[in-house]
Design a binder for this molecule. Structure first.
Ligand SMILES: Cc1ncc(COP(=O)(O)O)c(C=O)c1O
Length: 382
């Protein structure tokens, strides 16, 4: 499919090419000095003590569960309107995901009122997702977590660069997890990062990322270490030097990229305001965003499938964020009886559409999408 307007795109140029060439010439491809540099620069950018690079956002979430010693019989509260990775990470450690509903049709972040209802003596942690980059109500969530002695793991895959009173998303709980998947605001293909201010957690995360081994291959290669011990049951969740090289340059582009995303979002909103049959979930949102996604919510009278098909016919790519996790076959089969109704999540799961948004788009691209939407909407009323 040749798209005229893609949902996301890689903001790469000859600088990324050069940096990757340099890594290839160095003949050291696995976790080494480039990864260490990215970790230092990422920690500086985030204003956090520790940044630990990993192979994906999913690996980051899994390691967060392990580092916080979450295990079978524990419960972890997580929004169902979310990518499946964060609840899968809860299952990986044998714990039970307990799904929480969203605030409403104008705020897709988790509802604090519903969150309070889901806490039991078994609850150990909350996974907070900043949907589409829009910061969740961390002040309220933190109060609830403090009262019930719960850990906060931020799934900040969407929210890189968004801040709350100058404190970055990802640094507002115990552990923050980031994804550098191809469609993210900072993209390296595959990759991720974990941030924390807690030195003990950082040490454990580093061990778990590489088989629980006490020395790295690079240290042995350089003759700095002779052998190693294995002190934890860890994984191979290491980042490659090539991913880290891309990450270093992408981090430099992040601020401008997010700013451009904001401008494009405003163009969408002002040009779709009069369109009948849709609403904007985060209009006049009180907190900041990294503008990862531009979601719209179609009225019940609009046939979403046809709407997306007609967009596709015009070469406009769209997507759905998200089919609710608790409705997936695997979850229905394996978490039987434990899933209460999540009416708002289910409504959004049925009527949301995500439109193209990335820094390479021009104003004319957004205007083209808006014109097509206004033309298509009257045709797809039920
Ligand atoms: C909200 C959210 N969490 C977690 C992930 C998982 O990240 P990765 O694909 O890097 O494993 C993603 C990636 O798509 C995501 O969007």
């Amino acid at each position: 499919m040749k798209w005229k307007v893609t949902l996301s795109d890689l903001n790469f140029d000859q600088r990324e090419q050069k940096m990757v060439d340099r890594v290839i010439k160095s003949k050291w491809l696995t976790m080494g000095e480039t990864v260490e540099r990215l970790e230092r620069e990422f920690a500086d950018f985030m204003g956090t003590k520790h940044a630990i690079a990993v192979s994906s956002g999913t690996a980051a979430l899994h390691l967060a569960m392990r580092a916080l010693n979450i295990k079978s019989d524990d419960e972890v509260i997580v929004p169902s309107l979310n990518f499946v990775a964060s609840s899968n990470a809860i299952l990986y450690v044998g714990a039970k995901p307990v799904f929480v509903d969203i605030n409403g049709l104008n705020d897709f972040n988790l509802s604090c009122d519903d969150l309070k209802m889901r806490i039991t003596p078994k609850t150990r942690a909350i996974v907070v997702v900043h949907y589409g980059g829009y910061l969740a109500d961390m002040e309220r969530i933190k109060k609830i977590a403090r009262k019930h002695k719960l850990f906060i793991i931020e799934d900040s895959a969407h929210a890189i660069g968004a801040d709350l009173n100058s404190k970055m998303a990802g640094t507002l709980g115990e552990i923050g997890c980031f994804s550098f998947f191809s469609n993210k605001n900072l993209a390296t293909g595959e990759g991720g990062m974990i941030v924390t201010d807690n030195g003990q957690l950082a040490r454990k995360l580093k061990l778990l990322r590489s088989h629980g081994m006490t020395s790295m291959t690079l240290n042995r290669h350089k003759g700095h270490a002779y052998s190693y011990d294995v002190v934890e049951l860890g994984y191979n969740y290491r980042m490659t030097e090539i991913s880290a090289a891309l990450g270093i340059l992408q981090l430099k582009k992040l601020y401008r990229g997010n700013k451009k995303r904001k401008v494009l979002t405003e163009i969408y909103v002002s040009n779709l305001k009069e369109a009948e049959g849709l609403s904007f979930p985060f209009e006049n949102y009180p907190r900041k965003s990294s503008y990862h996604l531009f979601p719209i919510l179609l009225n019940k009278s609009v046939n979403r499938k046809k709407f997306m098909e007609l967009l596709k016919k015009e070469g406009i790519q769209s997507s759905i964020h998200y089919p609710p996790i608790h409705r997936f076959s695997y979850y229905r089969k394996n978490l039987k009886g434990s899933q209460n109704k999540l009416p708002l999540t289910e409504h959004v799961g049925r009527h949301e559409v995500t439109l193209p948004l990335h820094p390479l788009l021009k104003k004319e691209d957004i205007l083209f999408v808006c014109d097509q939407i206004k033309r298509i909407l009257p045709q797809v009323k039920r």
